[in-house]
Design a protein around this ligand. Structure first.
Ligand code: HEC
Length: 122
């Protein structure tokens, strides 16, 4: 009986870690990689390219996160940083993701450089 309880606690701990540790990563892979990854035919610029332009203009973390999240919240030509992407791929669609979630995703993008295919989730 005790063993079962121990196992339950272990399982709950693992589940909690899985759910809370890396929200930004899961959200990023769940919402962005379909278009911005490298599987199949590219339908958007790769995220490492997008990040490069944002880093040049907003090297400070707060500015980077704020501006990237705001742009994704309201994709528009006026404040876009990648000069030819809209001409090449058309404007990114509005994704109905709230600004808090986008802030988490933008933080993940700032802190990581691994924007590979979904298998790197493992
Ligand atoms: C349905 C496909 C699609 C999805 C899903 C998508 N994007 Fe995009 N995104 C695009 C395309 C196409 C462009 C290039 C055209 C443009 O800039 O509007 C783009 C451009 C961008 C840019 C560059 C904007 C600029 O300043 O020029 C950023 C930043 C970005 N996406 C972030 C994200 C993030 C973060 C997510 C996930 C929350 C995401 N995208 C999900 C298609 C997508």
């Amino acid at each position: 009986m005790k063993l079962i309880i121990k196992r339950l606690i272990l399982f709950a701990t693992l589940l909690f870690n899985f759910l809370s540790a890396d929200d930004g990563k899961l959200l990023f892979y769940g919402n962005c990689i379909a278009c911005h990854g490298e599987l199949g035919k590219p339908s958007a610029p790769h995220l490492s390219e997008v990040k490069g332009y944002y880093m040049m203009k907003y090297p400070k973390k707060e500015d980077f996160v704020e501006n990237l999240a705001k742009w994704v919240f309201k994709p528009n030509e006026e404040s876009a940083l990648l000069p030819d992407a809209i001409k090449k791929y058309k404007l990114m669609p509005y994704l109905s993701i709230d600004l808090d979630t986008l802030t988490q995703i933008a933080t993940y993008i700032y802190e990581n450089d691994d924007f590979g295919v979904a298998s790197s989730l493992e």
